[in-house]
Structure formats: structure tokens, C-alpha cells
Ligand binder design. Structure first.
Ligand SMILES: [Zn+2]
Length: 393
């Protein structure tokens, strides 16, 4: 009987329609909790918002909807998309996940870098290419064809477009064929990805190209209307035409000088900082040396060197935990070395690549949101970190 009474007590409210004002208030509350929900738009901003919404609706009605397609197939659609060109012009704050060897359009590398004098190229056994600039004929490279001076090769050709296109194709993952057929697995695509970095190496680490390449990278980021850059950089040995080389500190100093020059030329650009990176394929002793080096560089360039990170394929590479002793050195010595660890680029969650075992914490950046949310996410942790999609691809 008491149950029936209880039910009756609730009955009146159960029979009425929910109060529409309460529903409206709840929806407004939810909207105000979204990113930017507290911002009141000006009339001009409201106009832009309406336009953007209309453009989105139009794009979604098209037969080929880029977000539903493989990126390689959607690329030309994105490039000609009205929304993309609008977004490109809008201010974007910082580009926080850019890598040194993939910050510039390959077309610039081919049309600019490879056209400089003394540029030699050879073709490897596995159909990749290697470059070197040298005042004398360079020594042969194992597993590579004899070196060809590109100036001479091009001079013999009527039309260099085909050669330039084939070099370009060698420096990017992009393919006009079916990407699923060309890259049937992670192993295949990663192997090719790392070959591209080796191909770029001799081009980008040549001192005159290195300076111009970085300046060009800043230009491209500035053109996309990003105000600030955090660049993950391996700080490789940079070489001159006579074969002499410069050390890590020289490379970092050159980054700093070019950044200053760029800011002088573009006073509205906020600036750039470097995150020193090391390949996770190295052994513990190399990692220890790298952390030592990073601490020294941070001491000598406290403003310009933002911190430290590891690069390379996560699920086949060594986890952060493997390097814990080396990575704990800064904390043990009371030295500040902020960590900006990659995380979330792996399908396997239990191999220690997750950020949590890392000593001393640090910021995280993520390539793939879906991996992140499905496999890695401590959601509260995430919300407190900058979270950026890689512009690499
Ligand atoms: Zn990355």
C-alpha cells in the first residue's frame, strides 16, 4: 500500500509535459560550458559564424565529403575547399607539434634546395634517394648507386619536370595509387616514412639549405596565420661544402638566429622555441648522453630551448619506462628540463608507451585523437594538457 501511495505522490509531475523553459535553460547552460561558450560574439563575428555554418552545410551535402575519405584522396578536395581557405586565413595561436624534417613543402626542397650547385644524388637498393652537397666528388655510399651531380643530369635533359616530380614523389608518402594497396600495413608505411627522413637528411643538414629551409618553414607557418611555433628538432650535425661539420649547440644557435631574423622581418610573429628530440631507437647510453646534452643546452639557451622529447615509432620503439634512469637525471640533479612527450601514436596500450610512467611528467601531444580516447586517455590528465594534431601528414 505504501508503494502505491508513493507512486501517486509522483504521478502529477509524471503526467505533465516537462517545463520547456527548464529545458531551454539546461541547453543554454550546456552551450555555455563548451569551449568559447562564455564568449559573446560581435555583429561581425555573428555574420562570419553564419557564413561558416552555411559553408559547412554546403560542403557536407557534396558527394565527396573530405573527412569521410582517406586523406590522400581528400587532399585535393581540401585544398580547393572554400572552408579550408577561410580557415587558413584565420588566426591560430601556436603550432605546437611540428617536426624539423617535415616542416617545409617538398616542392620547395626540390625546386630550391636540389637546384643549388654541388648537389649530388644517388639511388638506394630499396628505391629511396640520398643527397649530399660537396665541393669534391663525394665518396661512394654503400647500398647506393654512384653519385650523380644533379646540375649535370639536368643539363642533359630537355625537360626536367619528370625528374623533379620523381624526386618529389620520393620525399613524401603521398601516392596517386590506392593508399591501402601501396601501404598495406603499419610496418610498410613506417619503413617508407623513415626512408623519407633519410632521403631528406643530406639536403636539409647542408648549412646554407638548413638556414633557408627553417626560414621557409617559419614562412609557411606564418602564411597559415599561426603566431608561434614549437619545433621538435633532432639538432643534427650540420655540414659545409668542404665536409666540415658543426655541433649540436651550433645548430640550436642557428635556429635561434634565424628565428630572430624572421621576427625582425615579421614583427607580428610571436616567435619559436625548440624541443630537442632523440630517436627512441637508441640505447640507454646514447639516451643518457642526449639528456646530459639537453640539460646543458637548456642551461645555455634557457629561453629558446623549451624541453625534450623522443621521436620514432612508438609501438615498435622503446617505451619511456625503458629510459627511466636517463629521463630521471634532471630531477635527480635539480635541473629543470621540461618533457613534451609524444603519446597516443600506438595501438598497444600496455607496452609502457603511455605517458604516465614517465618521471617528472611533462606536456603531451597527440597525433591521433581516436587512439587517445580509446586507448590512452586519463581524461582529466588530458584536459589539462595542450592537445594538438600533427600537421605532418
Ligand atoms: Zn610527432
Amino acid at each position: 500500500e505504501s508503494v502505491v501511495l508513493l507512486l501517486l505522490a509522483f504521478l502529477p509531475s509524471g503526467l505533465t509535459i516537462p517545463d520547456p523553459r527548464q529545458r531551454e535553460a539546461l541547453m543554454q547552460l550546456e552551450a555555455s560550458m563548451q569551449t568559447g561558450g562564455q564568449t559573446v560574439l560581435t555583429d561581425a563575428e555573428l555574420q562570419l559564424d553564419t557564413l561558416l555554418f552555411k559553408m559547412k552545410q554546403e560542403e557536407m551535402l557534396r558527394a565527396d565529403f573530405p573527412p569521410a575519405m582517406h586523406f590522400f584522396k581528400a587532399r585535393h578536395l581540401i585544398r580547393t575547399s572554400p572552408i579550408f581557405s577561410l580557415l587558413q586565413k584565420m588566426p591560430k595561436g601556436g603550432a605546437l607539434h611540428v617536426h624539423d624534417f617535415s616542416m617545409v613543402d617538398v616542392e620547395w626542397l626540390v625546386k630550391n634546395a636540389t637546384y643549388r650547385p654541388h648537389c649530388y644524388m644517388c639511388l638506394t637498393d630499396n628505391q629511396s634517394i640520398r643527397f649530399i652537397f660537396s665541393s669534391r666528388r663525394p665518396r661512394p655510399l654503400s647500398h647506393c648507386s654512384p653519385w650523380n651531380l644533379l646540375e649535370t643530369v639536368r643539363a642533359k635533359m630537355v625537360n626536367t619536370t619528370e625528374l623533379d616530380n620523381s624526386i618529389m614523389a620520393n620525399l613524401t608518402l603521398f601516392t596517386h595509387q590506392d593508399p591501402a594497396t601501396v601501404y598495406p600495413s603499419q610496418d610498410v608505411v613506417w619503413d617508407r616514412f623513415e626512408q623519407i627522413f633519410l632521403a631528406l637528411w643530406g639536403l636539409v643538414t647542408y648549412a646554407p639549405v638548413f638556414r633557408d629551409y627553417y626560414y621557409q618553414g617559419l614562412t609557411e607557418i606564418y602564411t597559415d596565420n599561426a603566431m608561434y611555433l614549437e619545433l621538435r628538432a633532432l639538432l643534427p650535425e650540420i655540414y659545409e661544402l668542404d665536409g666540415s661539420t658543426h655541433d649540436t649547440a651550433w645548430t640550436l644557435k642557428t635556429y635561434q638566429e634565424v628565428t630572430r631574423q624572421f621576427r625582425a622581418d615579421h614583427p607580428d610573429f610571436f616567435g619559436a622555441r625548440i624541443i630537442f628530440t632523440v630517436h627512441r631507437g637508441v640505447n640507454i647510453s646514447v639516451m643518457t648522453d642526449a639528456v646530459e646534452e639537453a640539460m646543458k643546452l637548456r642551461r645555455d639557451f634557457p629561453e629558446f630551448l623549451a624541453g625534450f622529447d623522443l621521436v620514432g615509432r612508438e609501438d615498435k620503439g622503446r617505451p619511456l619506462w625503458y629510459f627511466r634512469d636517463a629521463l630521471s637525471l634532471p630531477v635527480e640533479r635539480g635541473v629543470t628540463l621540461p618533457f613534451f612527450f609524444h603519446a597516443g601514436e600506438t595501438d598497444f596500450q600496455d607496452r609502457g608507451q603511455r605517458p604516465r610512467p614517465a618521471p617528472a611528467g611533462g606536456q603531451l601531444s597527440f597525433h591521433q585523437f581516436h587512439h587517445l580516447f580509446i586507448y590512452h586517455c586519463n581524461i582529466i590528465d588530458l584536459l589539462n594538457k595542450p592537445c594538438v594534431i600533427n600537421r605532418l601528414l
